[in-house]
Design a protein. Structure first.
Length: 440
């Protein structure tokens, strides 16, 4: 089986190759290396459509280290941006949690707000653009009705003022509009700081903006709901929140801290399932242990276990994609072969005449992986992808080298989690993962 090559932008090519060789997800050109998982993607597309229609959604994307969770989240993020949603994303870490009392939840909110992206600002930092887009629409309304711009700004935020902390949120947006109209950059920057959750004390916020509250640890979720509502008022379909590496909650030593974070997740899950929130979606990426461990994982919290349990009728080839948990399946041999084809094509810049190896090399490479590590390279294929790209890099830089001679020297090692990782555009769940290299 061969695929017809199509031209690939040099920037996309270099980004994909550099990222895969480093074991991280490329931010450009994901469409060139996406294979399989069609039904999972279709399920997330339905979620995106629901958000755009004013609904809400939550999904737990579960997969082993290297199974492609981060890549999957990035792909869904791109689809959401093309569907006119605003998207924010962040990785959980020791200093960024969903619930905390020492500033870690506020830090996570601030990271999400800074990463806010739209189709015209896909790399983040879109909050200022969204604000100014809203102000321009309010200015048009003000000119038609003959009222001051700030009055039109406030009138458009009526729904927000009724939400928790919504009055101060609306006051800050109006302050930004006033600074925008007057050319007061200091006022605009202060308003952005507040909206991004960057104020650490109420005293400072009151002095700068005249508001009595700030977005802090206790208002993490409420702040996201306010932001999602404002995004919709500004003309976007809604907001998608992508949180990766939730395994960091599983790793918390304090059982009380884990419980409080799981309670916050339960609150979000209940709001979505009961339909009490709108225009916002959540995608949470984690490992099977994070979900299933009854001592430290989500299943250790009985209310979450009952809501996230697998459909008892699923199995024997039957799957349910309507539940909150999306388990990333293993790649089939056919999908893995197609992936190697795509990687070969990317390396050649989409020019078939520049392919570095024939189809026989792809089959031989897969046979080598199967003999070396068994079926694990289908389940978590990160290392195998990296090794294949490394192989192509050697052939590219050393003309005349025979792939047959190099193939026996490829070392596909097992990672620190005890499974061989080889998936397109690797996850970054475990910073201690040792990626496979060519032992030349």
């Amino acid at each position: 089986m061969t695929t017809k090559a199509s031209p690939i932008k040099p920037r996309d090519r270099d980004t994909i190759i550099s990222a895969l060789r480093a074991g991280v997800v490329p931010r450009l050109g994901l469409q060139h290396v996406q294979v399989g998982r069609q039904r999972e993607i279709e399920a997330l597309i339905r979620d995106i459509e629901r958000i755009g229609e004013g609904g809400s959604s939550i999904r737990f994307v579960i997969g082993s280290y290297g199974a492609g969770k981060t890549f999957f989240l990035f792909l869904v993020r791109q689809i959401a941006l093309q569907s006119k949603l605003a998207v924010c994303q962040a990785d959980l870490a020791p200093d960024r949690r969903i619930h905390a009392t020492g500033g870690q939840a506020r830090s996570l909110y601030a990271e999400l707000a800074r990463s806010l992206a739209t189709r015209t600002a896909p790399d983040g930092g879109a909050l200022r653009n969204i604000l100014e887009s809203y102000i321009q629409k309010a200015t048009e309304r003000a000119s038609k009705s003959g009222v001051p711009v700030e009055t039109a700004v406030r009138e458009g935020l009526g729904d927000i003022r009724e939400m928790v902390a919504g009055y101060d949120f609306a006051t800050v947006v109006a302050a930004y509009a006033r600074g925008y109209e007057d050319g007061n950059t200091t006022l605009q920057d202060n308003a952005l700081r507040w909206l991004r959750g960057e104020y650490s004390t109420r005293t400072e916020a009151k002095a700068d903006l005249g508001v009595r509250t700030i977005i802090d640890d206790g208002s993490f979720y409420d702040g996201l709901r306010l932001l999602a509502r404002f995004v919709r008022i500004a003309g976007f379909g809604g907001m998608l929140v992508c949180l990766d590496e939730l395994v960091n909650l599983y790793k918390l030593q304090s059982s009380q801290a884990r419980k409080q974070n799981y309670e916050q997740i339960l609150r979000i899950l209940n709001d979505v399932l009961q339909g009490t929130t709108e225009g916002i979606g959540f995608i949470l990426g984690g490992t099977p242990e994070f979900l299933l461990d009854t001592r430290r994982g989500l299943y250790s919290y009985e209310a979450l276990q009952s809501r996230l349990a697998e459909n008892s009728f699923a199995g024997n080839g039957l799957a349910d994609y309507s539940g909150p948990v999306v388990n990333l399946p293993s790649l089939t041999p056919e999908e893995l072969y197609h992936l190697l084809e795509r990687l070969r094509d990317v390396f050649a810049g989409g020019v078939q005449e520049k392919w570095l190896v024939p189809d026989d090399a792809l089959t031989a490479f897969m046979d080598h992986c199967s003999n070396k590590i068994g079926d694990a390279y289908f389940r978590t294929p990160r290392n195998t992808v990296k090794a294949f790209v490394d192989l192509l890099a050697i052939l590219d830089q050393n003309p005349g080298t025979k792939w047959q001679e190099l193939l026996g020297q490829v070392d596909i090692s097992e990672d620190s989690q005890g499974s061989s990782d080889l998936d397109v555009a690797a996850d970054s769940d475990d910073p201690d993962d040792e990626l496979a290299t060519l032992s030349l």
